[in-house]
Design a protein around this ligand. Structure first.
Ligand code: ATP
Ligand code: MN
Length: 478
């Protein structure tokens, strides 16, 4: 199954056995007595050191061994003579797979800004920071599937292309095969979507939830984990135009069960990362500490691993939206008019309000429930007071909303009433409404933005740096 990875070779006890290394040169260093090549194949944050003697190889060959070049090295695995690593490889042969001209190769062994690295997203996985992020991202994705599989959920693949615009058409990307220069028109002059590929208007999905509910009404517990698309023009450090969302949907779960699941799930996958990504998390923690050195003492964050352990070890604070508004109204920044947006019952909390509650008031993750129905989606179950709905948002330090969910309205008449109230044509949702006609059941679910989770676990500050190839306004290069 291919050559041994550097990760495994570094763990092998050295007995002068022959080994083959394949990877990219991070650095080459020449001293009087030896030439040191640090090689990395992405299997681990650690490089392996390969050593040659001066004069062992021609200058022409060594000239091709530069940062970024790709090599096959053969040699013996020996105990390292230097400090800093347990083993090293005494080189017997070098084959150059690909050179990387130092005059033009942009990734030199020095610190590059994250902004610059975004411009070379095709190469940034070769940096320590991004390879660490990508390995952690993988581990978290694996942990998500493991968690749901272990707990009796079925992975349901919901469609990426959708014809229902129930979630707010303004934010969707249109899917069409019509010739934009020769649009077919109806007699009234409107675009005739009957001639489009699907015979109707179609978009990229903003959520798999509605179809997820159909699955839960048969399999009891399902989850989706797929790409979602939002054309909202929010140029923030928390929004992408294309992101991955995890959406569990459970029959027979009420709001409290939904909260318990959300909390247990997030804690479980963070624990998985703590247990399985130690080296990468340590690297990112040190990187952050390095950045924080420039900040005043009182603005410095707690170390990454401590922050993650704290979230895992402490119960999330649970309170209602109404209670949260009371806290905000009594808060110092409100009284001193420091909030940018006004506070009052009925407002859609902005991220400054969410972060005040989490970072200043409770100092831990918070679950807010029972929001006013006007600021939440039509499918959320109405509370008995008729004013609020059984919604729940999970708020995280440094992030704000990481999860949005609710108990769903299972009563056909009430749901239909809400559909009319918010001005959706019930005809567009006939299949969704039918679940409430045929064997309806109490049920709940939520959506976790995968990149916001990766953002939290890696301690990065911009969501564009935790997905390999980010999509945001005016950017889809790679
Ligand atoms: P926000 O208020 O932060 O824009 P939202 O209320 O639009 O979020 P939901 O529609 O409830 O979010 O989506 C569920 C989850 O998906 C959110 O809690 C968040 O983690 C994530 N999410 C939403 N929009 C984006 C986006 N544009 N980019 C990345 N993640 C997102
Ligand atoms: Mn949004």
């Amino acid at each position: 199954m291919g050559p041994l990875q550097i990760k495994d070779i570094l763990q092998t006890s050295p007995e002068s056995q022959s080994v083959t290394l394949k990877g990219w040169v991070r650095t080459k260093r020449e001293s009087k007595n030896a030439i040191f090549i640090a090689l990395n194949d992405g299997s681990t944050i650690h490089n392996i050191q390969a050593v040659a003697e001066p004069g062992q190889f021609s200058d022409e060959l060594l000239g091709q061994v530069t940062t970024g070049s790709c090599l096959k090295i053969e040699g013996q695995l020996i105990e390292s003579l230097g400090s800093g690593q347990a083993v090293e490889v005494k080189i017997s042969d070098i084959q150059v797979y690909g050179t990387a001209d130092p005059d033009v190769y942009p990734l030199q062994p020095k610190k590059h800004s994250l902004e610059f690295l975004r411009e070379i997203a095709h190469l940034r996985p070769r940096t320590n920071t991004f390879s660490a992020i990508l390995r952690i991202r993988h581990a978290l994705a694996f942990a998500v599937h493991k968690y749901y599989n272990d707990n009796g959920f079925f992975y349901l693949h919901t469609p990426v292309i959708t014809a229902s615009d129930a979630e707010g058409a303004g934010e969707m990307f249109r899917v069409t095969t019509l010739d934009l220069n020769k649009l077919p028109r109806t007699e009234e002059g409107a675009i005739n979507f009957k001639e489009d590929f699907f015979g109707r208007e179609a978009n990229l999905t903003v959520s798999g939830q509605l179809e997820g509910e159909l699955g839960a009404m048969a399999l009891s517990k399902i989850y989706t984990f797929g790409p979602t698309f939002r054309a909202e023009n929010s140029n923030t450090t928390r929004h992408l135009a294309e992101f991955w969302m995890i959406e569990p949907e459970m029959a027979f779960y009420e709001l409290e069960d939904n909260m318990d699941l959300a909390e247990d799930f997030v804690k479980n996958v963070i624990t998985y990362a703590l247990d399985n990504c130690k080296d990468d998390l340590n690297f990112l923690q040190n990187r952050l500490a390095e950045e924080e050195k420039n900040k005043p003492q009182n603005e410095r964050q707690i170390p990454l691993l401590e922050k993650l352990s704290f979230v895992v070890d402490n119960p999330f604070e649970r309170l209602t939206y109404t209670e949260a508004i009371d806290i905000l109204l009594k808060s110092k920044p409100h009284k001193e008019k420091k909030f940018q947006y006004p506070v009052g019952w009925g407002i859609d909390l902005s991220s400054e309000h969410e972060r005040y509650l989490v970072e200043k008031h409770f100092k831990k993750p918070v679950i807010l429930t029972n929001y006013p129905k006007e600021i939440k989606s039509f499918y959320m179950k109405l509370d008995d007071d008729g004013k609020t709905v059984r919604a729940m948002d999970v708020l995280f330090p440094g992030i704000g909303e990481i999860i949005g969910g609710s108990q769903r309205e299972e009563d056909y008449e009430k749901l239909l009433g809400r559909v009319h109230e918010v001005g959706i044509d019930p005809q567009n949702l006939w299949w969704y409404l039918e679940t409430r006609k045929f064997g309806t059941a109490p049920h709940s679910g939520f959506g976790l933005g995968f990149e916001r989770l990766v953002l939290f676990v890696t301690g990065m500050s911009n969501i564009r740096d935790v997905i390999p190839f980010p999509r945001y306004p005016k950017s889809a290069e790679f």
